[in-house]
Design a protein around this ligand. Structure first.
Ligand SMILES: Cc1cc2nc3c(=O)[nH]c(=O)nc-3n(C[C@H](O)[C@H](O)[C@H](O)COP(=O)(O)O)c2cc1C
Length: 289
């Protein structure tokens, strides 16, 4: 698949990069107002949505390469958090570090995370398609580290197609800390937030074109210990400061994004803010007139 992806859109990447503005080191996380602080129930969008028509795409349309669905999905489901996974082999002789953006938190009680591997288990174990998955199958444990701006290049470097046994820690130049309490893998010292996890479930899926060809494995991981850098954590130990976490997310292709601007919106209550059923009827009737 990797030949078909044409992942790097620029024949001369360094030239294109040099033509862009430099990294804005002064840019710091800040809150702004919302687009329309006067928005009221029923107001819909700000009117800037285009009237351009939509195109329906059948993911399995004849002649459509599977890799097109990969490219489309990773450019449309954005921004995606990235699990920077640290694992080790069953005998502890090799360690692995790699980023995975088919990732999210799914529940807090218990703390559950999902990571998607573009590989079946056999391919990962026998052919070394994804060493991280192989280690997860063998040891059923890992550390999820969240990528901060300060080590993005290093984290990206770990996605290198290194053969099994080559440590991406060395490739990246990141620092392993071996103080985890519930797993035997190292956490990334440079990460502001890390989570020790154990495998809850591994579920394979076959390709729709050939179900015997296992092309995907979804790992459900249970968080067993959280690690937060002290200066990023509030006193109650229930909030991580985004200005210190400085999280990096993934967009389509080879693009990453910073989170430098946010806005807040209170969660509306049906009775208090909409006026209950009476308010709702009024709103409906005002739209009709
Ligand atoms: C930002 C980023 C996100 C990625 N997300 C995924 C993913 O969600 N699933 C996947 O199978 N591969 C993903 N990859 C590719 C893996 O990181 C890559 O195959 C890596 O070599 C796997 O390492 P391993 O063989 O040590 O497990 C991603 C790569 C990058 C750079």
């Amino acid at each position: 698949m990797s030949d078909q992806i044409k992942r790097n859109p620029h024949p001369d990447f360094k030239k294109v990069e040099a033509s862009r503005p430099a990294w804005d080191d002064a840019s710091r996380f800040r809150f702004t107002r919302t687009v329309d602080p006067d928005w009221a129930f029923g107001h819909g969008s700000d009117g800037s949505s285009s009237s351009s028509k939509h195109i329906a795409i059948d993911p399995y349309a004849p002649g459509r390469p599977d890799v097109f669905n990969y490219k489309l999905l990773i450019s449309g489901i954005v921004p995606r958090p990235i699990a920077f996974l640290s694992t080790r082999s069953a005998d502890g002789s090799s360690t692995n570090l790699a980023p995975f953006s088919y990732f999210n938190v799914m529940s807090h009680d218990p703390p559950l995370f999902v990571v998607g591997f573009a590989s079946g288990i056999d391919a990962a174990v026998a052919k070394g398609a994804k060493d991280t998955l192989r280690n997860l199958v063998e040891t059923r444990e890992a550390v999820v580290n969240i990528i901060s701006e300060s080590f993005l290049e290093a984290a990206n470097a770990t996605s290198i197609d290194a053969p099994y046994g080559v440590s991406e820690w060395d490739v990246a130049g990141l620092t392993p800390v071996r103080d985890c309490e519930t797993v035997r893998c190292a956490r990334v010292a440079e990460a502001v937030f890390s989570v020790e996890v154990k495998v809850d479930e591994l579920k394979e899926h076959g390709s729709k074109r050939d179900p015997s060809n296992k092309t995907s494995t979804i790992a459900i991981l249970e968080g067993t210990r959280f690690w937060v850098r002290e200066d990023a954590l509030n006193e109650e130990k229930n909030l991580i400061d985004p200005a210190i976490l400085r999280p990096i997310s993934r967009l389509g292709g080879i693009s990453y994004a910073r989170t430098t601007e946010a806005l807040e919106l209170p969660r509306p209550k049906f009775e208090d803010h909409l006026g209950g059923h009476e308010g709702f009827e009024k709103l409906k009737n005002s739209k009709r007139s």
